[in-house]
Ligand binder design. Structure first.
Ligand code: ZN
Length: 237
């Protein structure tokens, strides 16, 4: 037969394990599982994809204009050759060719201007793409690291919880007064996970309220189970 004092001390030991279990569970539930990092990585990837689209469009347009310029230059050259070969004697035809050369010259000048513009655009589009890709890579790395850290810490806490649960079962089984243990469990469920408080001077160790001196005396005597008037927790001297 164990005494009340022994039972309370044993229950207090169970409470220490229960507190550690509660803490480990809370830690496990608040771990960063990488959801936010995944969203950030997705955003960065989308941004890089949109920068890639712009870069492709601009460099495609640049290439088109360069080809167009080449074609127009060839055309102008062939007209110029016709002109200098001296085989055309018809005045109207000569004048038409001169006009054509002039028109092609304006086209070439327009294309030159457009190409210069596109070259600048292509350069900045490439720079923005490079930056966005680097950012996406960093964001993805952060996500991967966060998930890896989460898994490792989650596993650690699972092992800790398995061990603590085993300790809890064994400590609870060793308590002589199982009715008192049940009372402790019920109180714990109602009082935020703490079912027993050690006397702290004249105060309850659970809620820190100062207790009446008669109650303090009764707790110290340990003849009967005493509970805190304020929080209802079992009291341990
Ligand atoms: Zn209390």
């Amino acid at each position: 037969m164990s005494t009340l004092s022994e039972n309370l001390t044993a229950i207090y030991a169970v409470q220490q394990i229960d507190t550690r279990i509660q803490r480990a569970k809370r830690l496990q539930s608040t771990l960063d599982n990488g959801t936010e990092a995944a969203a950030q990585s997705e955003t960065a990837r989308e941004k890089a994809a949109s920068k890639r689209t712009v870069q492709h469009r601009v460099s495609g347009e640049l290439k088109d204009n360069e080809l167009k310029l080449e074609t127009v230059e060839i055309k102008r050259k062939s007209y110029q050759q016709k002109l200098y070969q001296g085989t055309i004697t018809n005045v109207k035809e000569l004048s038409n060719i001169e006009k054509e050369i002039e028109a092609l010259g304006r086209q070439i000048s327009d294309l030159d201007g457009r190409i210069l513009e596109l070259m600048e655009q292509a350069e900045s589009a490439q720079a923005e793409l490079t930056e966005a890709e680097a950012e996406a890579k960093i964001a993805e790395g952060h996500w991967t690291n966060t998930v890896a850290a989460f898994r490792s810490r989650y596993e650690e806490l699972t092992l800790e919880l398995t061990d603590l649960t085993r300790q809890r079962v064994s400590a609870a089984a060793g308590i002589g007064d199982q009715v008192l243990l049940k009372r402790y469990d019920d109180t714990r469920a109602k009082a935020g996970g703490v079912g027993i408080g050690r006397l702290d001077g004249n105060a309850c160790g659970g809620c820190h309220m100062t207790l009446p001196s008669t109650l303090v005396k009764a707790v110290k005597e340990s003849v009967q189970v005493q509970t805190c008037d304020n929080c209802g927790r079992l009291m341990l001297p």
